[in-house]
Design a binder for this molecule. Structure first.
Ligand SMILES: C[C@@](CO)(OP(=O)(O)O)[C@H](O)COP(=O)(O)OP(=O)(O)OC[C@H]1O[C@@H](n2ccc(N)nc2=O)[C@H](O)[C@@H]1O
Ligand SMILES: Nc1ncnc2c1ncn2[C@@H]1O[C@H](COP(=O)(O)OP(=O)(O)O)[C@@H](O)[C@H]1O
Length: 284
């Protein structure tokens, strides 16, 4: 059993092409209308059957999560990966597993890194145990509002808390740049700073038209908490060959789509020269 190869499951970065906040609910969450899309790159989850559970973190942002340096984290503390493993096991028989997270995405950055990791863990465990990942939508939703979208990994309209999903098509292969100024922003703090004004629903149309006509209603609140976001947006808005730039999720990561990979890479170079984190990739 234990000499089977590890299951390797990508945990791609999520972006919100548009994010309309409609109302605060009695449970403290907010009703959203959002266009979810995914990058081709992100974190990576590896799962292997083992004699006992273990969890370790490596990769460039491992030290942003405890324990630093990618040492063996034992049961994994409060990481969303180990919470996903335990939630999966609570509803479906699962052997002990050794899990490795390669943390390539900055933490608390509006691109769903933790949600993507949790979702990839559910998919990997479904593969390991021969179950259908679509059966774990409720488990995903209990882990976080974004986790069902990350579980499916497909471009989608999200409503409700962001967990009611309808698939959409469009924009696959578009050159995509993510830029993060390396300032962590708390999702809860950004929602709490939202001004409470419903600015209206997502428009109809094809995906790009909807994205263009849409907004990120959390951008003003996030920019108040992390003013450097305005500088990231300004750089991306001014970049040659840009199609659309916007903040993703609750920030601080901003994205831009480009006409060509060369235009994307030129903008990435400008962002790196400012000391910012970049991911040059494509839309999935
Ligand atoms: C804002 C979004 C947009 O896609 O992305 P990120 O910035 O996290 O990437 C998501 O809605 C984040 O989803 P997720 O990160 O899973 O949120 P959760 O862990 O469930 O919630 C964290 C906190 O965010 C707030 N929250 C989240 C979702 C929502 N629809 N309304 C909210 O008010 C709540 O204060 C909640 O306590
Ligand atoms: N595997 C994980 N990756 C990232 N963050 C995690 C993870 N597990 C737990 N967290 C916690 O979840 C919080 C939200 O992280 P993240 O999902 O990256 O935010 P966002 O969705 O805004 O990018 C972080 O502050 C972090 O402490």
């Amino acid at each position: 059993m234990t000499d089977r190869p590890a299951i390797v499951e990508p945990a791609p970065a999520k972006i919100n092409l548009a994010l309309h906040v409609r109302r605060r609910r009695a449970d403290g969450y907010h009703d959203l209308e959002t266009l979810f899309a995914f990058a081709r790159d992100g974190d990576v989850i590896r799962v292997k059957e083992a004699a006992e559970d273990s969890f370790r973190i490596d990769g460039p942002f491992a030290s942003s999560l405890s324990p630093p340096g990618g040492e063996d984290a034992g049961s994994g503390g409060d990481n969303l990966v180990t919470r996903a493993r335990d939630a999966f096991r609570a509803v479906s028989p699962t052997p002990p597993v050794a899990i490795t997270l390669t943390k390539n995405l900055p933490v608390a950055s509006g691109i769903g890194g933790g949600s993507a990791d949790a979702a990839a863990t559910l998919r990997a465990l479904a593969r390991l145990t021969g179950t259908d990942p679509r059966d774990f939508h409720a488990v995903a939703a209990a882990l976080g509002a974004d986790v069902p979208a990350c579980l499916s990994g497909r471009t989608a309209l999200g409503t409700g808390k962001g967990d009611a999903l309808a698939d959409l098509t469009g924009l696959a292969d578009t050159p995509l740049l993510l830029v993060n100024p390396l300032v962590a922003v708390s999702t809860a703090a950004v929602f709490a700073a939202w001004d409470g004004i419903d600015r209206g629903p997502l428009p109809d149309g094809d995906l790009l038209a909807r994205a263009h006509a849409g907004r990120n209603d959390l951008e003003p609140a996030a920019t108040t908490l992390a003013p450097v976001i305005a500088q990231v947006r300004a750089l991306l808005d001014a970049a040659t060959g840009g199609i659309l730039s916007r903040m993703s999720g609750s920030g601080a990561t901003c994205f831009a789509m480009f006409d060509t990979p060369a235009a994307r890479d030129a903008a990435a170079g400008q962002a790196r020269a400012r000391g910012w984190w970049t991911l040059a990739t494509e839309m999935n």
